[in-house]
Design a protein around this ligand. Structure first.
Ligand code: SF4
Length: 245
């Protein structure tokens, strides 16, 4: 009760706090936060915003944007989605309508973050919900965004990485490389760096997966020439391998 009162007070004081409230309360969507703060008028529009983002992302996928992540495999096996991709010659309004129908049919949502997207194609295998203290109000299709992290998401069947997430993984790759080189220069035991090496390789695999070339001077961990135009490097593993944030 006090939590709801506080949320309502904060929202009325400054509606721009709604995103901060969503994070604080672990809500998976703005719609849920608006409901929590008793603003049903906003509820519909928040839901529309989420649907619009999902539609935009799916259109980017259909139009051939390079992507990687385990959700891509689920999409590859979805006949309807493959048919949509094949129909891209039906440009204009028709492809948008068909894609919107497909999203509705599968009750899909794209939950954005700096490290990647969460597309709920495998709701029974959401890693963020496998952790303890899952909020009771989440329904079966919603991730527990309060437990989401890059390390948790990467190995999840609902994870998808696109060009818009490049900056996060480039920075993780660079930071990992710098740390390893500095630690080795100071005499650190290579075995003690296993976790940071795995994380750095993971970042490399994702960047390669979307065809992002790595700087030539950053070659210590490279497993071969970058693959261009999407597709995951077969030599590298993007699953977490036990590495989580
Ligand atoms: S772990 Fe990440 S990708 Fe998986 S369901 Fe949760 S938020 Fe989505």
């Amino acid at each position: 009760m006090i939590r709801k009162l506080y949320a309502n007070f904060a929202y009325i004081t400054d509606p721009r706090l709604v995103e901060a409230l969503r994070v604080q309360y672990g809500h998976s969507s703005l719609a849920m936060t608006y409901q929590y703060t008793h603003n049903p008028k906003q509820l519909e529009s928040a839901d529309e915003v989420e649907r619009a983002l999902t539609l935009r992302r799916m259109m980017e996928l259909i139009n051939g944007e390079a992507v990687t992540g385990r959700a891509v495999s689920a999409l590859a096996m979805d006949d309807d989605f493959q048919q949509l991709k094949a129909d891209t010659q039906n440009s204009g309004q028709q492809i948008w309508i068909e894609t919107a129908k497909w999203i509705q049919k599968h009750d899909l949502r794209f939950y954005e973050s700096s490290h990647g997207g969460c597309l709920n194609v495998a709701p029974s295998e959401m890693r963020c919900k496998a952790r303890n203290d899952k909020p009771e109000f989440l329904d079966d299709h919603q991730p527990n965004l309060s437990k989401r992290s890059a390390g948790t998401c990467v190995g999840c069947k609902n994870f998808i990485m696109m060009g818009s997430h490049r900056a996060f993984w480039t920075e993780r790759y660079r930071a990992g490389k710098q740390f390893i080189e500095s630690a080795l220069a100071q005499g650190a035991d290579a075995a003690s760096l296993r976790i940071i090496k795995d994380r750095t390789r993971q970042a490399e695999a994702l960047l390669r997966g979307i065809g992002e070339p790595l700087p030539p001077e950053d070659s210590t961990l490279n497993a071969g020439p970058p693959s261009r135009g999407g597709g995951q490097s077969p030599k590298l593993d993007i699953t977490d391998g036990g590495v989580r944030d």
